[in-house]
Design a protein around this ligand. Sequence first.
Ligand code: ADP
Length: 280
Amino acid sequence: VILAGIICGCLVKFQNRIYAEEKEITEQQKEEIEQLSRSRSAFFTNMSHEIRTPINTIIGLNEMTLRENISDEIAENSINIQNASKMLLVLINDILDMSKIESGKMQIVPVQYDTGNLFSDLVNLIWIRAYEKKLEFKIDISEDIPSTLFGDEVRIKQVLTNILTNAVKYTNEGSVTLSVQSEQMASNIVRLRISVSDTGIGIRKEDMENLFHSFKRVDEARNRGIEGTGLGLTISKQLVEMMGGKITVDSIYTKGTVFTVILDQKIVDGNPIGSIDFML
Ligand code: ADP
């Protein structure tokens, strides 16, 4: 019995040592994986910075060429170079943002901003694209939104630009509508409800859940040769959630889509924006 006890004791100790070693290996492996992930993110961030500089040079020099008195053939080539370079820049910026989000380095930087400026910048950017595609661009911005808010203006603009650009990209006829409503949540907090609706190609029910996953492009978009990275909505969703907000989508296939961003912002100046003059 004593011998059996000693053997059992030894076995238990031996097993405990194996467990301890296994645990050690697992933790070591975990550390290695984290290190690899950090290196990968750092690599993408550095690489993206490095690539941005030459692309900007190409775009700048090409713009100068386009301003010169050049033949139609050279102009056509230059426009193609311009479009391809801009597309590459969008891709690089998206990869940079994705790697920042994945490595936890993306930061929300709230500033005081002029609400009217935010929406007029967006409208000025989008109406021309809508006009080029012969789409009607409708604007329904409530006049009682506070004129000065506190939030991350740059990132809100990025999210809304992405959604508005998509609405124009995926709509071939009809209209795109930007609607902004506000609701007072507390004496110094306002809830913005920003919707972008379109009469475009729509999204199938089975594709809806994949929309916010990286590099997921619905076949319809790919098949029609519409350019895109498949990262915009993933980044937008992450940014809106980092700001404590929500982004939702509703769509009827072949009829149209509505994206809604719901975001709480601090009020700096409670005066209403009133009507905004857009330079359409
Ligand atoms: P992309 O760069 O491909 O536009 P996004 O992440 O912005 O990437 O969008 C992901 C996919 O969601 C698109 O490829 C497209 O299939 C679909 N999508 C986004 N917005 C719309 C829209 N307004 N109407 C129809 N499909 C859309």
